[in-house]
Design a protein around this ligand. Sequence first.
Ligand code: FRU
Length: 516
Amino acid sequence: MRLFCLIQLVLLMFLFSCKSDDEVEPSTGSVMVHHKLRPFYHYTPEANWMNDPNGMVWYDGEYHLFYQYFPNGLTWGPMHWGHAVSNDLFHWKDKGIALYPDEQGYIFSGSAVIDVNNTAGFKNGTESPMVAIYTNHGTSSGLQVQSLAYSNDKGESWTKYANNPILSNPGIADFRDPKVIWHEESQMWIMVLAVFDHIEIYSSPNLKDWTKESEFGKAVGYHGGVWECPDLFPLTDNQGIEKWVMIVSLGGNESSEPNGGSATQYFIGDFDGKSFSPESSDIKWVDYGIDNYAGVTWSNISENDGRRIFLGWMSNWIYADAVPESGWRSGMTVPREVKLERKEDKHVLYFTPVEELDNLLDNTNEISQNTISNGFSIDNHPVITGGSYLAEMEIDVTKIENLTISFGNEVEWMKVGYNKSDSQFFIDRSNSGYVDFNNYFRNIIKCNYSPSSTTLLLSILVDQNSIEVFINHGEKVMSALFFPKYDYKYFRVENSSQSEFLHLLNLKAIQKSVIR
Ligand code: FRU
């Protein structure tokens, strides 16, 4: 018997000494696994620095994603356009660098179109030309101009237009980020351009010669920072009425709305081919979180299936170049379908993860209300320890007082919840892992929300180091990064008396789509 115990003891000691390099034992006494940073299903560059999504266009079965890229470092530097393609918006194939800086300057943000009618005359083969319209940021002058590049082989190779720039600088430092669309009624190309504190609208028959039509925004919207990365597109509401949506990002400061730093607002209104008029002066945000910036929508999808799909850069200029890294920095948000809803006499946008996400859901270890005992506390379950999952739940807003869901491990955690007294959703990442790299990272992220029905659907997407909260089918969204030091292990409702007002619909792991 004594010998048996001795063998057991030796075995135990052996097992303990066999912890992998990744496993550590902080003061809690339990084994913790160092957390790795790469998300499972959000786009990230293989190496080095990325910011804004650019030139998003669908062509011949492929979604193209270009992005602001610095291939020689982990902080912002001379900008290139990186390129990736996907059939389903989740499995991306890297295509290397599409556009390099040139004599006109760095390659800043912009868009891409498919010139089906060959209006610019760039076609020289069987494919419709893919034309990129981007900002060149003059390296010595600091002045910004708009330029063109084109591809006749589905984005594989690119030629810069010989007569760049196609729009020169009128003497304004901030003059950038052209988004170009084809306007069917006037049979013209329309460009929206961010010019310091407003948007300028230009038209062109051929992508090369542009006429200024109007200005928008000096006296409306939020102005706590320079305006950047606009988008303009039509969308039909739930009553069949077509409206136009203008999206504008703004580079704010620490005290900017809604939660500090970079954020993106939108306007709903009418567009007659020349000018945009908003139907209301309310300030509306694409995302009430803190890590969704410079987002715009894919071009040319209507030819495919009519959806309007949005993608943002999942970071914030306040701390983007200081966040923990492992050889690459910054990812994109989950691709989101944009829908227009009429609410009384006003319109609002809803943003929901695109349906392709369903194909990544792993049903193997699914957790549902029936499989949870003890109120609502899930510990050491593979769906949670895996770190990438979707949690969908219904909340009875007539009964619930304070809801706090937390997920974490023995020493660090994230909190997300709702305070009925001030009608506010919140994300608290103040003790989520690495938080000291920037003073603002610990701030509580807030989103006002007054429910209009008795039950409310809450969908939470977690992906290793990000959370995206979709409130009421995406009526409001909150996105935020977090950087655990160790893998998280649990997911629970903090106040068990409140858990009876919450019904878990499902909690499923999300499979890896980005394999690196
Ligand atoms: C937005 C932005 C754009 C600019 C780009 C430069 O994040 O500042 O206005 O084109 O980044 O990388």
